[in-house]
Design a protein around this ligand. Structure first.
Ligand SMILES: C[S@@+](CC[C@H](N)C(=O)[O-])C[C@H]1O[C@@H](n2cnc3c(N)ncnc32)[C@H](O)[C@@H]1O
Length: 259
């Protein structure tokens, strides 16, 4: 778990997750997440800043106005848009939480298994689409994978608050466990069944591979099928988060009613 133990501006050590960006901060303030403190760039203004300050005051959250260079330092040079919030660290959830979410929504479970995704931008972006497409949980391995960090939270634009993220020690065993609970598990790869012929109905999990190596041969072997997004041009594969998004929407096609 990405926990920052750094000094706050009063010189105290804090156990906090540091998040930044106006949309992320607003989403956090609108959720039930436990907030430690808000840091605001001196002289900054705008509609979202006004909304942020309104919520901060309503919730009685401590805030401090600081020069821009302090925010640059806290966000380690990331684009903070003049606002940083420190929150209690992210808690990983369990597979049971995902099943509970599916049953609460009266839907067949729809899970993602990320086989060693290492780029926080990919994880953040996958979370964002997962929220939009009704995914009930994202399973990641404890080792050789990016976890829930401030960058992931920012890129997810708040989706991190709504999707259970589960960390497991062994993805192969987890696949066995999910199969025994009735899920169909599909690896995704450039050589498999064309997604347009794929039956994605029922309880399923999709395995998305590492940015360089793809889905490991062991996991592929364990899957019930392999799904492919047709590649009609010159490049061999899509970016992992883009491929995940296309396939999540393919699953959502039959699940999300047309309004
Ligand atoms: C950048 S690709 C990995 C490419 C890697 N060199 C390989 O040979 O597998 C990362 C992941 O995105 C997904 N992906 C990318 N393009 C895909 C496609 N055309 N069809 C299905 N999945 C794809 C797969 O999960 C893949 O493991």
């Amino acid at each position: 778990m990405a926990v920052d133990k750094r000094e706050n501006f009063n010189g105290k050590q804090e156990d906090s997750e540091i998040l930044y960006g106006r949309h992320t901060v607003l989403t956090i303030l609108q959720s039930n997440k436990e907030v430690n403190k808000l840091f605001l760039q001196k002289g900054i203004a705008g509609k979202q800043i006004t909304d942020i300050l309104k919520l901060v005051k309503q919730r009685g959250i401590v805030y401090q106005e600081v020069p821009k260079n302090k925010l640059d330092e806290l966000s380690q040079g990331e684009n903070h848009q003049g606002v940083i919030i420190t929150v209690a660290p992210y808690h990983y959830q369990s597979i049971e939480d995902s099943f509970a979410l599916a049953s609460q929504r009266q839907e067949d479970p729809f899970l993602l298994i990320l086989d060693e995704i290492v780029d926080p931008h990919n994880l953040g972006s996958i979370l964002r689409t997962a929220d939009a497409t009704g995914v009930h949980g994202i399973i990641i391995p404890k080792r050789r994978s990016v976890g829930l960090t401030g960058v992931v939270a920012k890129i997810s634009t708040g989706a991190i608050e709504h999707i259970p993220v589960i960390r497991v020690t062994n993805l192969a065993q987890t696949i066995d466990q999910l199969k025994s609970r009735g899920l169909w598990i599909f690896a995704t790869d450039m050589e498999g069944e064309d997604m347009r012929q794929w039956n994605s109905q029922g309880p399923i999990a999709l395995v998305i591979g590492n940015e360089g190596k793809g889905v490991s041969p062991l996991l592929k072997q364990k899957c019930d099928g392999i799904v492919t997004i047709p590649m009609h041009g010159h490049v061999q594969s899509l970016n992992a988060s883009v491929a995940a998004s296309v396939l999540m929407y393919e699953v959502a096609r039959d699940r999300i009613p047309i309004r």
